[in-house]
Design a protein around this ligand. Structure first.
Ligand code: BGP
Length: 475
């Protein structure tokens, strides 16, 4: 097998990604309401708290709310072409269901966009990234209630009207398929996972998909030049053995994820999804799906498919194997792969596999909007006397994955761009800690909340700068 040097299109969008709740802090400033993240101090797997508690690192996070200009300047120094960030719904509509937006919240993102424009960085905006207003979780049980569709429509319209002339790329929901595994974080569903009925879970999925299509319809009307993308967790699921029963188990697990983009892209619920519903004793009508909903899904499909990629997993129907560590997707470990310090199995080739699978399946441009290595970094003094991190492990991870992106492009896949996750260190979604770091930029803040919040360039900072400057040739 020959491997050619990767070639990226001239228009390739190189950059990085963050989410509001993981970087902004200022959780009660500027008229912001509480979001579900403000009562999730211990991450996805732990139960929520009754009210905000002082140990919640997201309350200050890395203080991007006050330091955004300095941070975006650092991203610009690396040559970023694109910066993915999310808008905190509860900054714009503090409760989520009120009639009028909060001007102070809107003005903050104007300022963020000003900085992006100053540096010629294209914004890529996630409308909802695990930040459902807490009031919607507590009063409506999140997306299980279809009234959220209307609240989301109002929110999305407000964003398109305010920022539409400045933002081309929009994502409706971050990792929409994660609602299967993390209903509170992903779907603002307050009912604990073990008490949530399948009917309510599938209703929430339907409501989110309809809301996404509704936002797409509004974008077509308000900003016809906008490009709307869906966003899913992409995890290749391999059969653990060649036994056809394992192959089938892997296919079924894959279907659970593919269903979301099948609806976003093709506009109809796939047969295998309807079968899953039937096996649960449900029909689409039990989820409250109306003829109007189905027409909306059909008529307002997305322009591109975006995804996060961190790992692959295996499935088996024939063996007793313990589930993999640390990831929300389930599956069992692949005996051929190494794992990160948090048990996420590292599989660069899987990225090429998934890019090909998605391209063949949907024929829509793809955007890799998250990829990276969470690691414990050690701050040392660099040759210039400045603190730094010698993160060769991160460079290796990113290089290996980018080479596979190049391979997929050579396979004929259209890839719009690549934004690494947590381009600046931020609070981790799964652990709610700062010690799981992904950035090119180190932020001096520790899990106990101590630290100066100073920013330092890691070794990977200069490496990525060179990758961007050479349009991938330096890989
Ligand atoms: C994705 C989320 C991000 C981000 C990333 C890394 O699932 O969209 O918000 O946090 O994973 O995960 P973690 O922070 O748990 O390492």
């Amino acid at each position: 097998m020959t491997t050619t040097a990767p070639t990226f299109p001239e228009t390739f969008l190189w950059g990085g990604a963050v989410a509001a709740n993981q970087v902004e802090g200022a959780y009660d400033e500027g008229g912001k309401g509480l979001s579900i993240q403000d009562v999730m101090p211990r991450g996805i797997m732990a139960p929520r708290t009754d009210a905000p508690t002082p140990d919640n690192l997201k309350h200050e996070a890395i203080d991007f709310y006050h330091r955004y200009a300095e941070d975006i300047a650092l991203l610009a120094e690396m040559g970023f072409k694109v910066f993915r960030f999310s808008i905190a719904w509860s900054r714009i509509f503090p409760l989520g269901d009120e009639a009028e937006p909060n001007e102070e919240g809107l003005a903050f993102y104007d300022r963020v966009l000003d900085e992006c424009e100053k540096h010629g960085i294209e914004p890529l905006v996630t409308i909802s990234h695990y930040e459902t207003p807490l009031h919607l979780a507590e009063t409506y049980d999140g997306w299980t209630d279809r009234r959220l569709i209307g609240f989301y429509e109002r929110y999305a319209r407000t964003l398109f009207e305010r920022y539409g002339s400045r933002v081309t790329y929009w994502l409706t929901f971050n990792e929409i398929n994660s609602v299967l595994h993390a209903p509170l974080m992903s779907g603002g569903i307050n009912t604990p996972k073990n008490e949530l009925s399948r009917k309510d879970l599938y209703t929430a999925i339907h409501n989110e998909l309809v809301a996404s299509a509704a936002a797409t319809r509004i974008a077509r009307e308000v900003v016809p030049e906008a490009l709307i993308g869906c966003m899913v967790i992409a995890t290749p699921i391999y059969p653990l053995t060649p036994d056809p029963r394992d192959v089938l188990a892997a296919m079924k697990a894959d279907h659970a994820n593919l269903a979301f983009s099948d609806v976003h892209v093709r506009g109809v619920y796939p047969g295998y999804f309807l079968r899953t519903l039937r096996e649960e004793g449900l029909e689409l009508s039990d989820l409250g799906a109306t003829e109007e909903d189905l027409a909306l899904l059909r008529e307002h499909t997305v322009d591109f498919v975006s995804f996060s990629y961190y790992m692959s997993v295996c499935e088996t129907a024939t063996q007793e194997v313990e589930a993999g560590e640390g990831n929300i997707m389930g599956g069992v470990p692949n005996p051929t792969l190494e794992a990160s310090q948090w048990g996420w199995q590292i599989d660069p080739v899987g990225l090429r596999v998934v890019l090909n699978q998605f391209w063949d399946r949907w024929n829509k441009p793809l955007f890799i909007v998250e990829n990276g290595l969470g690691a414990r970094d050690e701050l040392v003094t660099g040759p210039d006397g400045e603190p730094t991190v010698v993160d060769d492990y991160r460079i290796d991870y990113l290089r290996d994955h980018l080479i596979q992106v190049g391979e997929a492009i050579a396979d004929g896949v259209t890839v719009l761009g690549y934004t690494t996750w947590g381009c600046i260190d931020c609070v981790s979604a799964s652990t709610a800690q700062l010690s799981k770091r992904y950035g090119f930029i180190y932020v001096d803040r520790n899990d106990d909340g101590s630290g100066t919040l100073e920013r330092y360039r890691k070794k990977s900072f200069d490496w990525y700068k060179e990758v961007i400057a050479s349009n991938g040739a330096s890989l």
